[in-house]
Ligand binder design. Structure first.
Ligand code: KIV
Ligand code: ZN
Length: 524
């Protein structure tokens, strides 16, 4: 039987902390449920001490999933560890993941600690965490640049202290695969109690080697790999889950290991993440890029017609890529709609189905042909819908070459005393800006448009326009992403802006709660 490799997904923690990738609680929960379908072994849901928002998100994920282990990150001190425990204790299986740097450069420049002091601190952290919970992971931050003898000494001591998983990250993406292989091999061979813990890998992609290093580490005997969907993460990102998993599957006889990943869920997970953070993968991205299974060259197409294996090392079906056929129109009923979603691999509950069907009918009235991509958008949008905030009731704009663009907007605000309808008008340099100014007036939450992107979701003149905006709101240091889709670009643009406003409102409310607390947002 093949050796099992545990897949530890850190999209919601290391991925989420990279610029432009932040997620709110509802979005983290939606993605966590999809990660459960993908069958990852561990979901790292956040860094609970960082803010009330991070804490609540880890707790919400812990409550929302039942099979995977839910981990939270904490620095190696009692206050962080206890806060982490308070969040992950809600999980069926919770894990405290605590860390301290061990490389000389980090010890001297950042922590101002000697190697002995760091070792002592790490041991106390693991012992303290083990008093709270059974499942404790320790990461030797910057292991890739840590002295080998010292690394082996720390690993042995931490296993004795009770750590069940020891993570050896290449924090700065500095190592080369053969070097990383040697590093893991020496830990496996030299640490006498190594059989009492799982060795984990966590590679960053600064030199584009995160996946190669992870595979080398697995070959050297590691039992867990830490990675993110679409490879999002600090700087150049983390190792990409889909690339590691598909390498191990496609070259199974070579690696002789298995993951439990349901690879047919890979494409949907990648798409859901892109739709949440508003960041698409590049077209030539391995496994999930738009061109990953496209064959343009005539000679390739000829080969493919003869025998697909000539140019295809894995099938599009194996990652759950939909066929993108013309599927439904305005006469299609709920039954056909549901059946198509099921064929595409979506399992949504009755309430979500009802909401999605209403959106589908509305779209089918405005668009002759509804494609799989349109359905994907409808479902992904529905999965992360908010229960409160503002909704757009109406947007009307006049614009032209010789008139000042003017927009009138009506929004519905959900408050404690029910709904209020607010109508405002404003002008702008263009019609989209005019509608944004009107929304600013109506919500009293001024935002500045930093990035605007619109793309056609599917084919045809009546294609749905998918609008992504990045907005800077007063009082928030990170940009807020908003998404909206409509066959009318102005309508889609207003929806995207309202989406960002709703997210900003949640974050500003969280910030008010955080005031008075010691808040950290440490970049790791
Ligand atoms: O990159 C890193 O070293 C980390 C650790 C906290 C695991 O993210
Ligand atoms: Zn990391």
């Amino acid at each position: 039987m093949n050796r099992k490799i545990l897949v530890f997904d850190t999209t919601l923690r290391d991925g989420e902390q990279s610029p432009g990738c932040s997620m709110n609680i509802e979005e983290k929960v939606a993605l966590a449920k999809q990660l459960e379908k993908l069958n990852v072994d561990v979901i790292e849901a956040g860094f609970p001490i960082a803010s009330i928002g991070d804490f609540e998100a880890v707790k919400a994920v812990a409550e929302a999933v039942s099979r995977p282990i839910v981990a939270g990150l904490s620095r190696a001190n009692e206050k962080d560890i206890y806060r982490c425990y308070e969040a992950v204790q809600h999980a069926k299986q919770g894990r405290i993941h605590t860390f301290l740097a061990t490389s000389d450069i980090h010890l001297q420049a950042k922590l101002k600690m000697s190697r002995e002091q760091a070792l002592e601190r790490a041991i106390s952290a693991v012992k303290y965490a083990r008093n709270l919970i059974d499942d404790v992971e320790f990461s030797l931050e910057d292991a890739g640049r840590t002295d080998r003898d010292y690394m082996c000494q720390v690993v042995e001591a931490l296993i004795n202290a009770g750590a069940r998983t020891i993570n050896l990250p290449d924090t700065v993406g500095y190592t080369i695969p053969s070097e990383f292989y040697d590093m893991i091999t020496s830990v496996m061979n030299r640490v006498p109690n190594i059989d009492k813990a799982v060795i984990s890998l966590h590679c960053h992609n600064d030199l584009g080697l995160a996946v190669a290093n992870s595979l080398a580490g697995i070959q050297a005997g590691a039992g867990q790999v830490e990675c993110t969907i679409n490879g999002i993460g600090e700087r150049a990102g983390n190792a990409s889950l889909e690339e590691i998993v598909m390498s191990l599957k496609t070259r199974a006889p070579y690696f002789g290991v298995d993951t439990g990943i349901v690879t047919e869920e890979i494409y949907r997970t990648s798409k859901l993440l892109s739709s949440i953070i508003g960041v698409d993968v590049q077209p030539n991205k391995a496994v999930v890029g738009k061109n990953a299974f496209a064959h343009e060259a005539g000679i390739h197409q000829h080969g493919m017609l003869e025998d697909k294996r000539t140019y295809e090392i894995m099938t599009p079906e194996s990652i759950g890529l939909p066929k993108n056929e013309l599927v439904l129109g305005k006469h299609s009923g709920r039954h056909a709609f549901k059946a198509r979603l099921e064929e595409m691999g979506y399992t949504i509950d009755d309430e979500q189905l009802q909401a999605a069907f209403v959106k589908f009918k509305d779209l089918a009235d405005r668009k002759k042909e509804v494609f799989d991509e349109d359905l994907e958008l409808i479902v992904n949008e529905g999965l992360k819908e908010y229960k409160s905030g503002y909704t757009l009731a109406y947007v009307g704009t006049t614009a032209g070459s010789s008139i000042i663009p003017t927009s009138c907007v009506t929004i519905i605000a959900q408050g404690e005393n029910g709904e209020t309808s607010i109508t405002e008008t404003a002008i702008g340099d263009g019609p989209v800006e005019a509608s944004y100014h009107a929304i600013n007036k109506a919500t009293g939450l001024p935002g500045k448009l930093i990035e605007y992107q619109v793309k056609a979701v599917s084919k045809g003149e009546d294609a749905v326009g998918d609008v992504t905006v990045k907005i800077q709101f007063e009082g928030l240091d990170r940009l807020v992403t908003g998404k909206g889709a409509s066959t009318d670009v102005l309508h889609g643009s207003a929806l995207a802006y309202i989406d960002a406003v709703n997210k900003a409102k949640v974050r500003l409310d969280m910030k008010k709660h955080d005031a008075g607390q010691e808040v950290i947002r440490e970049r790791i």
